[in-house]
Write a protein of this length. Structure first.
Ligand SMILES: [Cu+2]
Length: 345
């Protein structure tokens, strides 16, 4: 997908990196391709923040709320690309590349059949960003294109399929943009609802994501995540809205009453790992894979969420107590991917 000249530059750059690496430690490890723009913008500002982009070094942009307005079935959504500090673990502040200062970004909820008129304001002074909604059919070359620093772009498309979809920045190198924090969830509510709508007492949104060494494309490509985490986004007023940080959904637990049927809209935004989503002490009575009412499964213990995959899961909490949910890939649960549902009488 690289333009011809860009590709040559990258090949040249990669060869140089390879040569230097070979000289330095006599290994032949393949280095990921870094776009020349990103390579130029990135430098070690100090030992504490390796790989920080020079213009990001002193930048910590205050989160700007999502703007959303509806006119019939036309929905006007405005988001920002911005650089904001997020403490992903105690004492570990990540200068995240974000949508609206959150990682994952703000929850977007629309109805099946809506036309989305999406505006991205790029508040990042250094590099371009973009938006790829998995909820729409459109030509990426036309509607998922880059918005330059300090510019804005508007794109329109229809959300014609119901589901729990990922969105992410699609600017090259995509892995850097997603792993640095530019991901989120858009729910497209089915026109005719889910067959179990009447049974559900509480509903929440849960998202899984990974973090790697700061803006380190080599680690993102060849390494393992340092943190795998859950976040929750407020679907209804008064619900917690967190970033993807270690313990976020334990410190801000989900709540239910004994006997409640709970629905979770869940998505794994990755970027790289699969999620094996499981609630300890119950099982999923009803599951809609990717959140489409047509994909209805019953009685599942664990659901597999591929990177970007979503689901609606519904389960009954028959006894009061604390229920943890995890990815059953326990190496990832150990790195932070655990959340809590507090069930009271
Ligand atoms: Cu981006």
């Amino acid at each position: 997908m690289f333009k011809k000249l860009g590709f040559r530059a990258i090949v040249g750059l990669s060869s140089l990196v390879l040569l230097l690496a070979a000289c330095a430690n006599e290994t032949n490890e393949t280095k990921p391709e870094v776009s020349p723009d990103l390579e130029k913008a990135t430098e070690t500002v100090n030992a504490k923040t390796p790989n920080v982009i020079k213009q990001h070094a002193d930048l910590n942009e205050k989160p700007i709320p999502l703007e959303m307005e509806r006119d019939g079935s036309d929905v006007y959504v405005k988001m920002t690309a911005q650089i904001s500090d997020i403490e992903i673990d105690e004492g570990n502040v990540y200068k995240a590349w974000t949508f609206n200062g959150q990682a994952p970004g703000p929850l977007v909820v629309v109805n099946e059949g809506d036309t989305i008129h999406f505006t991205l304001e790029n508040h990042d002074p250094a590099i371009p960003h973009s938006m790829d909604f998995h909820a729409v059919h459109t030509a990426p070359s036309k509607n998922f294109t880059d918005v330059a620093p300090n510019e804005e772009g508007t794109f329109s498309y229809q959300a014609s399929n119901p589901g729990v979809f990922m969105y992410h920045c699609g600017t090259d190198p995509v892995l850097s943009h997603i792993a640095n924090g530019m991901h989120g969830v858009i729910i497209v509510k089915p026109a005719d609802g889910y067959p179990t709508d009447q049974e559900v007492d509480k509903e929440y949104v849960v998202i899984q994501n990974e973090w790697y060494k700061y803006n380190d494309l080599d680690d993102m490509t060849n390494g393992v995540p340092s943190h795998v985490v859950f976040s929750t986004k407020a679907l209804h007023q008064g619900q917690p809205n967190t970033n993807g940080t270690v313990g976020a959904v334990i410190h801000s637990p989900l709540e239910a009453k004994e006997g409640d049927k709970v629905r979770i809209y869940v998505n794994n935004v990755g970027p790289n790992e699969v999620s094996s989503f499981h609630v300890i002490g119950t099982m999923f009575d009803d599951v809609y894979i990717d959140g489409n009412p047509a994909n209805h499964y019953k009685g599942m213990q664990t659901i597999m969420l591929p990177a970007s995959g979503g689901a609606v899961v519904e389960f009954t909490l028959k006894e009061a107590g604390d229920y943890k949910f995890v990815t059953h890939q326990f190496n990832h649960a150990t790195k932070g991917a655990a959340g809590l549902i507090k069930v009271t009488k």
